[in-house]
Design a protein around this ligand. Structure first.
Ligand SMILES: Cc1ncc(COP(=O)(O)O)c(C=O)c1O
Length: 473
């Protein structure tokens, strides 16, 4: 019989497929390793299995035990699948930016899901990793799998992903391109390929521009599960033990826009429906390949499927709202009211640590200058004059609300304004149709909206400016 005894035998052993996009015709050939064809749908099945089997061997995980992990989703799914197949209970702690599809998948495998705010500093007791460790300690038979520091994570790739690529390319691979999250994939796969090739294979990381791995300041970004975010209040940023920097020759930054437009093209032009980090990796791989000769062979890791991101990256409304897409040019677009040179100006916003008194002064100054007395509230700037990304704008303050709160005694002038936030301002993407945007803004009852381009707040816009743009007043 051509059949398997267990689903666990269907983890890994994923195919390599040549990319056929015209861009891939330049320079070296690029082969994509399709990790979404693993049993649980992502690269993380491999480490789910390996971490659990190592813990079984060491006795850290015993029959009837509970697997606990903090993860943006795929590792959780890998662990939850293996736990279900082996009869363990699983608890997964997730940051709240995780897509609804990822959360639903975990629940479908029978895992218990704990959602905590994302974007906290590493030392914060409510950071997802600290919450997961605590749950593991407090649960009888609990075991924290700890993908960031568990040697079984890179080992899984050293023992499976690397040898598969070497065999599948008959030893002809010359470059490996992979995103870096925990670093397990690039470290284990890269180490194996370097050893097998006598050190000639070059290992290249692909990283969201804002991520600290490629030299970004760690502000939030939109591609999930790749790169490294750094909270502005992080004291010491400790990189994962799973990331072996000595294996990596170079790390290329890739803008969210490039990554997301790349996966939309891969789906339409090649039928490859993959997630955002695959776009980061493919955009970097095409850049690498363009500089190489036809005898060289690039392998790029595609970690997961696009099905998990249908409501985001493959949803035109979401893409438009976040300024990653330009709509059909029937008339003026929102971005026409915020020309490119103005987008370079810092977005007016209040720091969330500013006091209520400072906020009231700033709002009064706006009113005196004839501007709407409303401001979004954002993060500590990590770099000078940087534009905050849309997720960093946590709310807004309005002069009337704030002065009323002080008069009623519910806010003190010395309080941080972050403790007295009003609803966030509506957002409009630069590529959205200006007429529809005007109708939406008017309907919302808000005076201002934040204009978002490539995921960053680049300006404030009011109904009057939109009307002027449309030539109706
Ligand atoms: C979709 C996706 N891409 C990339 C990565 C990064 O892989 P690694 O953690 O092995 O560095 C992950 C890890 O969670 C992932 O889920």
């Amino acid at each position: 019989m051509d059949a398997h005894d267990s689903l666990l035998e269907l983890i890994g052993n994923t195919p390599l497929v040549r990319l056929r996009t015209p861009d891939a015709g330049r320079g070296a050939t690029v082969y994509a390793k399709l990790e979404y064809l693993s049993a649980g749908g992502s690269v993380k099945d491999r480490i789910g299995l390996r971490m659990i089997e190592e813990a079984e061997k060491s006795g850290e995980l015993r029959p009837g035990g509970t697997v606990v992990e903090a993860t943006s989703g795929n590792t959780g799914a890998g662990l939850a699948m293996v736990a279900a197949a082996k009869g363990y209970r699983a608890i997964v702690v997730l940051p709240d930016k995780s897509s609804a599809e990822k959360i639903a998948t975990l629940r479908a495998y029978g895992a218990e899901v704990v959602v905590r705010p994302g974007g906290l500093a590493q030392h914060d007791p409510e950071h997802v990793v600290n919450v997961a460790k605590r749950i593991a300690e407090e649960t009888p038979g609990g075991w924290f799998s700890g993908q960031y520091d568990n040697p079984a994570n890179p080992a899984a790739h050293y023992l499976t992903t690397g040898p598969e690529i070497w065999r599948q390319t008959a030893g002809r691979v010359t470059h490996l391109v992979s995103c870096v999250g925990t670093g397990g994939t690039i470290s284990g796969t890269g180490r194996f390929l370097k050893e097998a090739s006598g050190g000639t294979v070059r290992v290249i990381g692909a990283d969201p521009t804002a991520s600290v791995y490629s030299g970004g300041d760690g502000r939030p970004y939109f591609v999930e599960a790749a790169g490294r975010f750094r909270h502005p209040e992080t004291v010491e940023d400790v990189w994962p033990d799973s990331f072996h920097q000595d294996v990596v020759d170079e790390i290329l930054p890739v803008a969210d826009r490039d990554a997301l437009l790349t996966i939309r093209r891969l789906a339409r032009e090649e039928g490859l429906l993959v997630g955002g980090s695959s776009g980061t990796a493919v955009a970097a791989a095409l850049r690498v390949a363009a500089g190489l000769g036809p005898e060289e062979l690039v392998v790029v890791m595609l970690p997961d499927s696009g099905r998990q991101y249908l409501s985001k990256y493959f949803n035109d409304e979401w893409m438009l709202r976040n300024g990653f897409l330009d709509g059909d040019p029937g008339g003026p677009r929102v971005g026409d009211a915020v020309p490119a040179e103005l987008r370079e100006q810092p977005l007016p916003y209040l720091h969330h640590h500013a006091t209520v008194a400072q906020a009231i002064d700033a709002l009064r100054a706006r009113a005196a200058a004839g501007a709407e007395p409303v401001l979004p509230v954002g993060p500590a700037p990590v770099g000078p004059g940087r534009q905050p990304t849309a997720p960093e704008l946590v709310g807004a303050v309005r002069l009337a609300e704030l002065t009323a709160a002080v008069a009623q005694g519910s806010a003190a002038p010395g309080d941080p304004v972050g403790e007295h936030l009003g609803a966030p301002l509506p957002r409009l993407g630069t590529g959205e149709d200006a007429a529809a945007a005007l109708a939406e803004l008017t309907g919302s009852g808000e005076a201002l909206a934040v204009v978002v381009h490539d995921g960053h707040g680049v300006g404030l816009i009011g109904a009057d400016a939109l009307r002027a743009l449309l030539g109706s007043g």
